[in-house]
Design a protein around this ligand. Sequence first.
Ligand code: ATP
Length: 238
Amino acid sequence: MGEMLSVKNINVFYGSIHAIRDVSFHVDDGEIVTLIGANGAGKTTTMHAISGLLKLQSGEITYCGEIISKMEAHKIIRLGLSQVPEGRRVFSGLTVQQNLMLGAYTRRDGKEAIQNDFDMVYELLPRLKERRSQPAGTLSGGEQQMLAIGRAMMCKPKMLLLDEPSMGLSPLLVKEIFKIIRDVNRNGVTVLLVEQNAKMALEIANRAYVLETGTIKMEGDAHELANNIEVRKAYLGC
Ligand code: ATP
């Protein structure tokens, strides 16, 4: 497996706040990698730095061999790196189908390829198919999260960045969303998952990084980290 995403010594500031300090990690082709950390650890900031929404003070981010850290966000999406933002942000006045269609707007390939992906997304997320003519604002929280994932899949990504997909969902729905993430990965999409729900994230990930106040404190095999005493105390509550 080759390296798909490489984050090297990045630093991000908000004014005088040094939010990300010399953070380095990588994601290999085909993996699910999770970045876990408490509130304010810098998870969302790291995601936004990768997707081009925030500028780096220093460091470099490479994706599929190309430096993306100075690239505009829409160009990064076109390379197949697609973000599912925190808080879902679906267009509530548009239908499920229209929201999905918006996910395909950066694509240059033909109608047929896009139709195939509609079929693929509806197969992966059958609940969306049932509700395709319904305004997205009338979906439940979990369904909106599914729609946000489906919309990102319509960009035909090689890699998905997921920012706290479990936020605000019941334990049952969290399970369902994590199963979907696993299915997405089995469909050949590499995943970088940012989560506060360390327990679930460590269950589906291959490898993990622990972010604390803007720095990587620990890293390793997800299963090993889930059994690490420090991680258990700080993030798993046991
Ligand atoms: P959460 O799980 O609560 O979303 P997080 O790990 O995603 O947390 P970030 O949102 O990346 O954390 O925030 C990292 C740090 O940067 C925090 O201390 C936060 O207060 C600060 N921060 C984030 N956005 C801004 C901003 N726009 N201006 C100033 N400081 C910010």
